[in-house]
Design a protein around this ligand. Structure first.
Ligand code: COA
Length: 159
């Protein structure tokens, strides 16, 4: 387990599924909403089937950031080196939660032999990933439930 101040990171457990849904929805509705319009946020901030979400989370390494006993963020790593998700609870922004999660993801990627990791960063997350050494490969748009959302393909070469 890694820790920084009162935040620690541990492996995802199946009983974390509800917490990851809550953090995902709140981070989009309360944080990413400053960079996307209401229709885009409505289209993005949806979990159609919590059971499918839980299967999907358990299907790949996922890590939980914990403050005292509360889950406050999560991230993951797909087998191809894609960091798919990075979400931090609105009440715990700017405290280094995502930084700690990223350290964990990078360590796992190195252990798996990846030389780089990549992500599709939201407008909101782009400055965070740039701060952490990612570069923008391309600006793009993605389709979510009939809405078009801009984001950025970014990657980081691992030292
Ligand atoms: C992007 C996000 C994950 C960052 O989480 P966080 O825990 O607040 O980030 P940290 O506190 O670890 O920040 C690390 C560094 O990035 C910088 N940073 C983070 N967000 C930033 C922003 N929007 N603008 C500028 N800098 C930012 C911090 O200032 C900090 O810099 P420092 O090292 O000089 O102190 C969080 O804001 C979030 O959940 N956003 C909404 C959901 C989202 O868009 N997720 C990404 C989907 S691809």
């Amino acid at each position: 387990m890694r820790s920084s101040h009162r935040i620690s990171v541990r492996d995802y457990r199946s009983d974390d599924a509800g917490a990851t849904i809550d953090i995902f929805l709140r981070a989009i509705r309360e944080v990413a909403s400053r960079d996307y319009n209401a229709a885009q946020i409505d289209a993005w901030a949806k979990v159609d089937d919590p059971a499918v979400w839980a299967e999907w989370r358990a299907s790949r390494p996922t890590w939980m950031a914990i403050c005292e006993t509360q889950p406050v963020g999560f991230s993951d790593l797909k087998t191809d080196g894609c960091l798919d998700m990075m979400f931090v609870h609105p009440n715990h922004q700017g405290k280094g939660v995502a930084s700690l999660l990223l350290k964990t993801v990078e360590a796992a990627a190195r252990n798996q032999g990846h030389r780089r990791i990549f992500t599709e960063a939201s407008l909101t997350a782009k400055p965070f990933f740039e701060r952490k050494g990612f570069i923008v490969l391309a600006a793009q748009t993605v389709e979510k439930r009939g809405q078009t959302l801009p984001n950025f393909r970014m990657e980081k070469t691992l030292a």
